[in-house]
Design a protein around this ligand. Structure first.
Ligand code: BGC
Length: 704
């Protein structure tokens, strides 16, 4: 078969200018401002986030884009009655530390996009979690470039094997939502390469996404979608990325973004300078922009179309709703993190006569995150509270629960217990119900949304006080958190068990009930650090949070590459719950740990993991760099999730990507490994080192 590059070259050459320029922007089939169909989009095009014209005479398909970070979305009034599979939050996927699950989710997204006629899935949000208040953190994967890069890359690969182009977003530093449209996120360029950009680099290498989405904010002075050093300098030139870069919606401010790396304007109806391509046409006519530049933009799109095969769709894939639902359930199960379990109160057995379930709308469903990634699953959005607020995104801030009720599922699994429900509206009533029960389980929720950040680490609607009251009334209090971010848990000493269930998707209620009752052994690990307080975080205030909405500000990410657990290591501070932490109902031992240089270029380590407890379970041994020749520096180098029966053991081998050991040298524009001793640690989490080894490495410059 002719290579996609050659085909793209040949097809582009035969295009007219109208055809070329017609591909440089997408239109929203339903204009979000008027809520009406845009007459320029063919009536039979599927209603999603964007539509791009094709060139039928040359076999170039039109493009229809759907949001798909956590499953194909179906916003209200787009495709009434359509209910695609809704996965748990991105952080939940991150908590599984299980790349094959990410791939399977990607495949399902690919198939579900395709049967609806979408050939581009806008997913793979892999911005690093830098601030525990970030409103969109739930949609991303983790605070770590290796974990986020691997999981993001696998999701992309899964989607693209189904013949649907996947994107990764949002390059770069879309860390906070407050004021993101005017915020200038500033960072040291080398640190950027070692953190957020490294996540994208790893994911691109692994998944080969056909497209990347640039962010709304500015980075180091220039809008992310008009950012020459990042888009042209790093992504296209240094990394040799061959796909196309499309903008986030509302992220294009000038036609000359085409000169600084942007290939396509998204949701053209929204930009202040509508019709990116008209002024661009004028510029070509005047000779300010070369024709070669326009051809390159178009060729990049065509190359991805042909490489992924959206021009060769044969029969529609077969959808298996039962298998897809099972995949969401499995992800939700593996994502749940057991944070505390005093006196082995969990799992709940048949011995408890009366169990009180309190709050969190647990009688009806599980919470989901809001914004463009929000799903509308087959079991419905059973509660929909328009939360609102200030600014243009207030309408998408909705507190939506999916119809998978933890209460109903618990009743099924605990048939001999009397399971009662209290809504948790009044602490005193809840406490009375708790007092009259043997065990009290509080479901605490915190809605998070695109467009907004949280002011602090508390639970909203007085739920911290509710938990206090319940814990005072019943010594056997368990808290199940449905959050997309860390919370401070001021009541943590007063409750016996804490479970982080995240936004658990369409099957979340079942997964939670199974973990609480021991049908499933918890195995999730935290994909982000839970700080004790905001004072421990690198920033006391959220970026852009100190000025009225819409006021341009700059924000200096002084922590650079020392994000999350890396920051805690640097400050020698202890978190409330560290990155990588998670308990199990069984126990695991580590033996014969060894680490050595591999061909002088990196470090390889081995360890034997054994299940020393009484139930089957999964463990996630982790390898970290903890000291390099230039001093203390913590980096996750590798991880592997292993499922073991009692008494079973397995040898695990981990090889570090050498970029995780190195520093980025901005003068040489290459990675630099300094000669000397590197201390690596085998650990159960970022702060619980089991054993260390020192490995000598030679100096070298490598990569780009
Ligand atoms: C979001 C993107 C999303 C796009 C299209 C924007 O508001 O930031 O992540 O893909 O909308 O819906």
């Amino acid at each position: 078969m002719v290579s996609p590059d050659i085909r793209a070259w040949e097809v582009e050459r035969r295009m007219t200018d109208d055809e070329r320029f017609g591909m440089l922007y997408s239109l929203m089939p339903i204009d979000v401002r008027t809520k009406q169909p845009d007459p320029r989009v063919p009536k039979d095009a599927p209603r999603g986030a964007g539509y791009v014209r094709g060139v039928p005479r040359l076999g170039v398909p039109a493009v229809s884009m759907t949001d798909a970070s956590l499953g194909v979305t179906s916003p209200p009034n787009y495709r009434p009655g359509d209910s695609p599979t809704a996965f748990p939050a991105g952080v939940a996927l991150g908590a599984t530390f299980n790349p094959p699950l990410a791939r399977r989710m990607g495949e399902i997204i690919g198939r579900e996009a395709r049967v609806r006629g979408f050939n581009v899935a806008l997913g793979g949000g892999i911005n690093l979690i830098r601030d525990a208040r970030g409103g969109r953190n739930f949609e991303y994967i983790s605070e770590d470039p290796w974990l986020s890069g691997v999981m993001g890359g696998e999701t992309v690969a899964g989607t693209q094997t189904e013949g649907v182009i996947a994107s990764l977003k949002h390059v770069s530093l879309n860390v906070s939502e407050t004021n993101k449209f005017v915020l200038d996120a500033q960072i040291d360029p080398a640190a950027h390469r070692e953190s957020d950009l490294l996540a994208f680099q790893i994911a691109i290498e692994r998944g080969q996404p056909g497209t990347l989405m640039c962010a709304n904010n500015k980075v180091n002075g220039a809008y992310a979608c008009g950012n020459d050093p990042i888009l042209n300098g790093v992504i296209k030139n240094a990394w040799g990325y061959r796909g196309w870069i499309l903008s986030d919606w509302r992220a294009v401010h000038d036609w000359d973004f085409a000169l600084t790396g942007l290939d396509q304007e998204s949701g053209a109806q929204l930009d202040s300078l509508e019709w990116f391509n008209e002024p661009l046409r004028d510029a070509v006519a005047k000779g300010t922009v070369s024709r070669a530049q326009i051809s390159d933009m178009v060729r990049r799109m065509l190359r991805s179309y042909f490489a992924v095969g959206i021009d060769r769709w044969a029969r529609a894939p077969r959808i298996d709703p039962v298998a897809d639902a099972a995949a969401t359930l499995e992800t939700a199960r593996q994502a749940i993190v057991l944070l505390k379990n005093e006196h082995n109160l969990l799992p709940l057995g048949a011995r408890w006569r009366r169990i009180a379930i309190i709050g969190g709308h647990a009688d009806l469903g599980v919470l989901s995150g809001a914004g463009s990634s929000q799903g509308s699953p087959p079991n419905g959005q059973v509660i929909d509270i328009p939360v609102g607020g200030q600014g243009g995104l207030a309408a998408i801030r909705r507190e939506v629960y999916f119809g998978s009720s933890p209460l109903k599922e618990l009743k099924k699994l605990l048939p001999s217990s009397d399971v009662v429900y209290d809504p948790g509206a009044y602490p005193s009533s809840a406490a009375a119900v708790a007092k009259a029960s043997d065990v009290a389980i509080v479901f605490a929720t915190r809605h998070e949304s695109e467009g907004f950040d949280a002011p602090d680490l508390s639970l909203p609607y007085g739920q911290d006080a509710l938990i206090d009251a319940v814990a005072a009334a019943n010594p056997n209090t368990i808290v199940v958190l449905e959050t997309g971010n860390p919370v401070a848990m001021p009541w943590r000493q007063r409750v016996k068990a804490i479970v982080e269930a995240w936004f658990s998707g369409q099957s979340g209620g079942q997964a939670i009930a199974e973990v609480l009752t021991g049908v499933v052994n918890p195995s999730g690990r935290l994909p982000m650090t839970f700080p004790r307080s905001i004072e421990q975080m690198p920033h006391q205030r959220i970026a852009g949070g100190n000025v009225p909405l819409g006021t341009p500000t700059t924000f200096w990410y002084h922590e650079g590459a020392e994000v999350g657990y890396r920051w805690f290591a640097k400050m020698q501070d202890t978190a409330l719950f560290a990155f990588g932490f998670g308990l199990s109902y069984t126990s695991f031992s580590y033996d014969d740990f060894s680490a050595a240089a591999q061909g002088d270029t990196t470090i390889a380590a081995n360890v034997t993991v054994m299940n020393t407890g009484r139930s089957i379970g999964a463990d996630v041994p982790q390898l970290y760099l903890v000291r390099a020749p230039d001093g203390r520096r913590q980096r996750l180098l590798g991880f592997e999730r292993v499922t073991l029966r009692p008494g079973e053991s397995r040898r695990v081998s981990l090889v570090a990507d050498p970029r995780l050991l190195a520093r980025f040298d901005t003068t040489e524009r290459r990675w630099r490994l300094e000669a000397g001793p590197y201390t690596v640690a085998l650990a159960r989490g970022a702060d619980s080192v089991v054993d260390t080894r020192v490995v000598q490495l030679r100096d070298r410059l490598f990569g780009r």
